[in-house]
Design a protein around this ligand. Structure first.
Ligand code: PAF
Length: 288
């Protein structure tokens, strides 16, 4: 039998639900939960143990959506989400409405996410990471978690949240959890449910391209990018926005060692992102 979590809709209900808890492990979400989120909840439990409390939040944060993005059509599946939380031993689910998070409307003070928010997703979605970091900082303020778990699927977001915590000395430990994939390799995402059959079958090209790139790591950075590009070129209807090899911290890729290969593409109305770790050999150095 799974116990239903406490559902807190207001700040007061949240403080009451969190009073005299042990360590708090937090998983912030925008709902439309899938197995990828479930794995974050499981990870949060393993971080805080049975004596701790796992808290999830479900809030579709308007501040991180630009004009013309999918705020209105973002999937909202609260009942199913609560079942997933119950099945994964979540103790408290914070489900605020916008007036609880932004009682005075848009905040006057927001987080400036810095230069790493200008590239990749940030270049395509101006203001997105300011909105993400602002709501994450607010949620940290409201909950006071000891540890917070974020998926590597949103790799740039994870890097920026680590930077937020470091630069603002926030007393929370950030854990990055591996991306969960469908059997064919597609990274799990709430946005996958927008894909029609044709787009869904094309979407696998993203993970295939990343896998091909990662397999070429020993031949160096140029080989990684050309292997990934070759896969993407073969598939019609996948409009690549970027395919980029960076350092693990989103700087220039190292000539050898661990790097990150990131891709974003538009499939019809739906923008998908994915990324993998790449171990780079030093063939580029030898050949130059
Ligand atoms: O990754 C998400 O779902 C969101 O960006 C987050 C971290 C919950 C902030 O709204």
């Amino acid at each position: 039998m799974t116990a239903r979590p406490i559902i807190a809709n207001t700040r007061e209900e949240l403080s009451e639900a969190l009073a005299s808890r042990g360590e708090i492990g937090f998983v912030p979400t925008m709902g439309a939960l899938h197995d990828g989120h479930a794995s974050l909840l499981t990870r949060a439990r393993s971080e805080v143990g049975e004596s701790g409390a796992v808290v999830a939040s479900i809030f579709v944060n308007p501040l991180q959506f630009g004009v013309g993005e999918d705020l209105d059509r973002y999937p909202r599946t609260l009942e199913a989400d609560l079942m997933i939380c119950a099945d994964h031993g979540v103790d408290v689910v914070f489900v605020p409405d916008v007036t609880q998070v932004y009682p005075d409307g848009d905040p006057e003070v927001t987080i400036n996410p810095g230069p790493k928010a200008e590239i990749l997703e940030g270049a395509a979605r101006p203001g997105h990471f300011a909105g993400v970091l602002t709501v994450v900082a607010k949620l940290f303020g409201l909950l006071g978690p000891d540890v917070a778990v974020f998926g590597e699927k949103d790799y740039q977001q994870l890097v920026l949240i680590r930077q937020l915590v470091t630069d603002l000395c926030l007393p929370v430990r950030i854990v990055g959890a591996a991306t969960l994939r469908e059997p064919d390799g597609l990274a799990m995402s709430s946005r996958n449910r927008y894909l029609d059959d044709a787009a869904r079958s094309r979407a696998v090209a993203l993970s295939q391209a990343l896998t091909a790139g990662a397999r070429s790591g020993q031949q160096g950075a140029a080989a990684v990018l050309s292997a990934a590009e070759a896969v993407l070129r073969q598939v019609k209807g996948v409009e690549v926005d970027y395919l980029r090899l960076t350092s693990t911290n989103l700087g220039p890729a190292p000539s050898s060692g661990t790097a990150r290969l990131l891709v974003a593409a538009q499939l019809g109305q739906t923008r998908l992102i994915d990324n993998v770790a790449v171990e780079l050999g030093s063939s580029d150095e030898r050949s130059s």
